[in-house]
Design a protein around this ligand. Structure first.
Ligand code: GLU
Length: 466
């Protein structure tokens, strides 16, 4: 069986976006599922636009989602020597040549072609030039593209692609300052890294014929290509920041779990039966690039949150405890200090009610902090009689066992039976006194978590305030 070698090749111009992470994930899964290799190459040849921080942010994002790559990260900025060698080789073999056309000449040619209604293209004037080069012009290097016929390849998603040679010209592989161009270095690197399968965004589809020309000129084996359609907004537009085209690490700050991100992304453009939830293990088992969709996928925020809620529920409380430290909320110290039994009751209750870690931390914080004000509508329903009941209840609390939620529940019901109280008469006001508003986690759960002393304090404060 052939070894599958894939790669992810981001240009570090900013944060790694989730669209990029999706591309990386597809490549990662394909390699890992086949015991192949997954390589990371940073395309940082544009020294003006690329930054070291951006490269580091990409690596950090990889670490965070737990996607490991093989070997060292390859930086294109460190490979200029290699590219130069191949440029020289092509010139030597007469497969590339110096072109001395000045910028003005090129502009004039383009304008003339446009005026004649033609598509601007280089006219090959230096392709077989044997004369004396014009003085004072630093030449570019152009590759000899085929003059006729077609450049054809099979794309694993788009099918057979054919581009007429007439649509391509002898494109530049080295600029006048000697730096190599994008399509040239991508091809060299993919070939030298032994990449067998390239899964990437379909915005690169038009680059592929040029890269094939480079492969052929150098006698490299052409890899398999899979060009994946973009992720669109729910309205069918290009994804904007508002729709979710954010940096991967922004999702961490918003309280998303890496498992949810990977699961969300894998389903954007890929499916397996009608399954929605995939563990990494399942992704590895089922992923096949042949099943990638040829139509664009659409970003669905609700589904993303639903998945995140699912993975929060699956996360052990010990792990959650560690993760919550990254989400500053007013009661964070109290939250981290809770005894394990209280913590587990609180976490299990909140797991059912929140979709992000950030909301989780805030929800917990609200319960652990005495309410500063009380829901007005609920207050209106509380009369003098009710305050009396609450005061009685507060006294009775002295004899309550706070050992478990069940114990508390028993005591609470015994108290109500004893006083022949209907549940609503005590439970609703008690909830307002303790938490400030209706709804939320079970009352006995809340009391158990808050602890006897604090429960008494909150009831007292509530009764005094009114
Ligand atoms: N560096 C390119 C980008 O970030 C990807 C190149 C490729 O995958 O071939 O869009």
């Amino acid at each position: 069986m052939r070894e599958i070698i894939t790669r992810f090749a981001p240009s570090p111009t900013g944060n790694l976006h989730i669209g990029g992470l999706r591309t990386a994930l597809f490549n990662y899964l394909y390699a890992r599922a086949n015991n192949g290799k997954f390589l990371l190459r940073i395309e940082d040849t544009d020294l003006a636009r690329n930054s070291l921080e951006a490269s580091q942010a990409i690596i950090e994002a990889f670490k965070w989602v737990g996607m490991d790559y093989d070997g060292e990260v390859i930086y294109q900025s460190q490979r200029f020597e290699i590219y130069k060698r191949y440029i020289d080789q092509l010139i030597e073999e007469n497969k590339a040549y110096y072109c001395y056309m000045s910028k003005e000449e090129l502009d004039n040619l383009r304008n003339e072609q446009k005026n004649r209604g033609e598509t601007p293209r280089y006219d090959n004037r230096y392709r077989d030039f044997r004369g004396t080069p014009p003085a004072g012009i630093a030449p570019v290097v152009r590759i000899k593209a085929p003059l006729d016929g077609v450049i054809a390849f099979h794309d694993g998603i788009k099918g057979d692609i054919k581009v007429g040679a007439k649509e391509l010209d002898d494109f530049i592989i080295a600029r006048s300052d000697g730096t190599p161009t994008y399509n040239f270095v991508v091809s060299i690197d993919d070939a030298l890294m032994g990449v067998t399968d390239i899964i990437r965004g379909d915005d690169h589809l038009s680059n592929t014929p040029k890269q094939i020309i480079v492969y052929e000129a150098l006698g490299f084996k052409i890899p398999n290509f899979y060009h994946v359609p973009m992720i669109l907004s729910p309205q069918g537009h290009k994804l904007s920041k508002r729709d979710g085209a954010m940096g991967v690490m922004d999702y961490q700050k918003m309280g998303y779990l890496p498992e949810a991100i990977l699961n969300f992304l894998v389903r954007l453009g890929w499916s397996y039966e009608d399954q929605e939830i995939f563990s990494l293990q399942e992704m590895l088992e089922y992923f096949n690039p042949k099943a990638l969709n040829s139509s664009p996928s659409s970003y669905n925020q609700e589904k993303f949150l639903w998945l995140n809620a699912h993975y929060i529920k699956q996360t052990p409380n010990d792990t959650l405890q560690k993760l919550l430290q990254d989400f500053p909320c007013p009661a964070l110290p109290a939250l981290l200090d809770l005894p394990i039994s209280q913590r587990d009751v609180l976490y299990n209750a909140i797991k059912e009610r929140t979709q992000t870690l950030k909301d989780f931390a805030n929800y917990a914080s609200e319960i652990l902090t005495a309410p500063q004000n009380y829901d007005e509508k609920s207050l209106k329903k509380i009369d003098a009689d009710t305050f009396k009941i609450l005061k009685n209840f507060n006294e009775a609390l002295a004899d309550f066992s706070f050992e478990s939620v069940e114990n508390l529940d028993k005591h609470l019901h015994a108290f109500m039976d004893n006083q022949t109280l209907k549940a609503g008469k005590l439970m609703q006001p008690l909830r307002i006194a303790l938490l400030g508003k209706p709804g939320g986690i079970g009352l006995c759960e809340a009391m158990f978590v808050i602890g006897k002393k604090e429960v008494q304090k909150r009831i007292q404060k509530f009764c005094e305030a009114s």
